[in-house]
Ligand binder design. Structure first.
Ligand code: GLN
Length: 541
């Protein structure tokens, strides 16, 4: 078993997770089995209770773990299987240590950060390494070197590397090389200081991955090598991508990153075969077709809040050789605006998941516009609940129909708290979470797109379609295209006679990958293209 530890320097938001995932792609394509893990130094047990404004998207795994969005990159870039063990927070570590203390595990001892907290962190590396049966475990340490919170994690990986011995561990430091306009120069000092900080802790990086807006010239590379104590060839340039994040593995390959990692870890593996990946990039850079999609949400100004949704739309495009331009539309603006003007030129509308009532009426207006004008609509989780409310109010004439999440006293609670949620008091980790089975009805568009009767999709919700209204909706043509196998919970709805109006209670975006686009997104982009160009796409077989 070999170990790679990825740390970050100078600033946050450098794309450490993306770099770790992209390296995973390369190593997998060299025939190695890779596992990935993220350490998050905050005290929350998981990001599930954090606002997207704080943290970006909460990424949900099959087992129902609510995790950091970097795990989304891991799943999209590699074939690794993830569970709650793949995301450790300081909160989880401390909870375990305190449970141990109460349980008498440390009887007689003073419980301390070193060794008890650091031992627990190392235990989590070892457990995952053993369970994954991988050749290489890539562990990404969240935060920036120099943060107080991150220290126990850095000390733990230092100790771990010491035990594992030379040739078994590779440290990668992802850093930032700013360009100072007034001087017209790239600057290495922040990186020198960040590496100095790491070395003070006892970690010397084997590779420096340098995030930059301009290419690194030879002098800059020499300077970085000299002052950061790495070989010249271990200074890796990772420039901002021109088109797509899926270019990162190819960029790292050009810099021979995977060769270097294999050299440090004394692994003999053939070069990575990336032809299929190059084909994906080709479709992203020069697609045969193009389409514009509107995403109507409430966290629109935040690039990371709908990460997986945006990625899945791009994947739906790849499947159709169609470039997807995403228009981010603030739901509150739709409340005040004229939808005909706002949605002009769009091939489809997507309403993603969400919590809280801000912008809800704008989303309902968007769903109404899509339904009445034959504009393709894809609703995800809250986006399905919105479609139900809209249909109730405007087709069935259920005045004031709403979700009890937003109006507890609505005369028509068409969306209501799940029965199983009625007595839930704790907020963290208690929603209906993770992979659940769903049975699709014959003859529906959803069934046709999936090409299967039984599917499994990931969930994260507390509210559901209120079954008391099922008959009334069905009589008006509203189609329940998918339910739980016992038929107790509505999972997918659609509108027959509409070119594409599908909404799901689950989050299909979590299962989409560039090389395995999700069927709903694939169908949505095809329908959006047909709407704009009045002719179907020649779908690849
Ligand atoms: N707020 C809604 C619920 O809890 C929708 C959740 C979501 O979109 N993820 O059911």
């Amino acid at each position: 078993m070999k170990y790679i530890f990825v740390t970050g320097g100078v600033v946050s938001s450098l794309g450490k997770g993306l770099t770790a995932a992209a390296l995973g792609t390369l190593l997998e394509n060299r025939g190695l089995k890779v596992a990935l893990q993220k350490f998050d130094p905050y005290l929350n047990l998981d990001p599930g209770t954090m606002s997207p404004f704080q943290h970006g998207e909460v990424y949900v795994l099959d087992d129902g773990a609510e995790t950091d969005l970097d795990l989304g990159h891991y799943e999209r870039f590699t074939s690794t299987k993830l569970s709650r063990r793949n995301n450790t927070t300081s909160g989880q570590v401390y909870q375990q240590v305190l449970d141990n203390e109460r349980g008498g595990v440390y009887l007689g001892k003073t419980v301390q950060v070193i060794p008890h907290v650091t031992d627990e962190i190392q235990r989590r590396i070892t457990v995952l390494a053993e369970e994954s049966k991988a050749d290489i475990l890539i562990t990404e340490v969240g935060g920036t070197v120099g943060d107080i919170e991150g220290l126990p994690f850095l000390e733990a990986i230092r100790e771990f590397a010491q035990e594992a011995g030379p040739g078994n561990v590779c440290f990668i430091h992802v850093t930032y090389i700013p360009f100072i306009k007034a001087a017209g120069e790239l600057k290495t000092k922040p990186t020198q200081q960040s590496v100095a900080k790491l070395r003070e802790i006892g970690i010397t990086p084997n590779l420096l991955v340098c995030r930059c807006e301009y290419p690194l010239n030879k002098e800059i590379r020499q300077k970085l090598a000299m002052f950061c104590n790495v070989p010249f060839e271990a200074v890796i340039e990772e420039k901002d991508v021109d088109h797509s994040i899926y270019e990162v593995p190819l960029m790292l390959q050009r810099e021979r990153t995977d060769d270097l990692v294999c050299k440090v870890l004394q692994i003999d593996a053939p070069p990575a075969r990336m032809t299929h990946w190059q084909d994906i990039i080709r479709k992203l850079i020069a697609p045969q077709h193009r389409v514009r999609i509107g995403v109507v949400g409430k966290y629109i100004e935040l690039q990371d809040a709908y990460k997986s949704v945006y990625e899945a739309l791009i994947h739906g495009g790849i499947a159709n050789d169609c470039g997807v331009q995403i228009e981010q539309i603030e739901a509150e603006d739709v409340e005040r605006g004229d939808p005909a003007k706002m949605f002009k030129g769009l091939g489809g509308l997507l309403v993603p998941g969400g919590f809280g009532d801000r912008g809800i009426e704008g989303k309902i207006k968007a769903a109404q516009y899509a339904r009445e004008n034959g504009l393709p609509y894809l609703g995800l989780c809250l986006g399905m609940q919105i479609a139900v409310i809209e249909f109730g109010r405007n087709v069935l004439g259920l005045k004031g129909a709403h979700s009890t999440e937003f109006d507890p006293h609505t005369p028509h609670p068409v969306i209501d708290l799940q029965v199983s949620q009625k007595n839930v008091r704790q907020l963290g980790g208690t929603m209906r979470l993770g992979s659940q089975p769903c049975l699709l009805q014959p003859g529906t568009l959803a069934r046709k797109l999936y090409g299967a009767d039984l599917i499994h999709e990931r969930h994260r919700h507390r509210f559901e379609f209120n079954n008391a209204y099922r008959e009334q909706y069905a009589a008006a043509g509203f189609t329940f295209a998918g339910t739980t196998p016992d038929n107790s919970l509505v999972e997918v709805i659609e509108l027959p006679g509409h070119p594409f109006f599908i909404a799901s209670q689950y989050h299909p975006e979590f299962l989409s990958k560039p090389n395995q686009p999700h069927p709903l997104f694939k169908g949505f982009i095809a329908a959006a293209h047909e709407r704009l160009h009045a002719k179907p796409l020649p779908l690849p077989a």
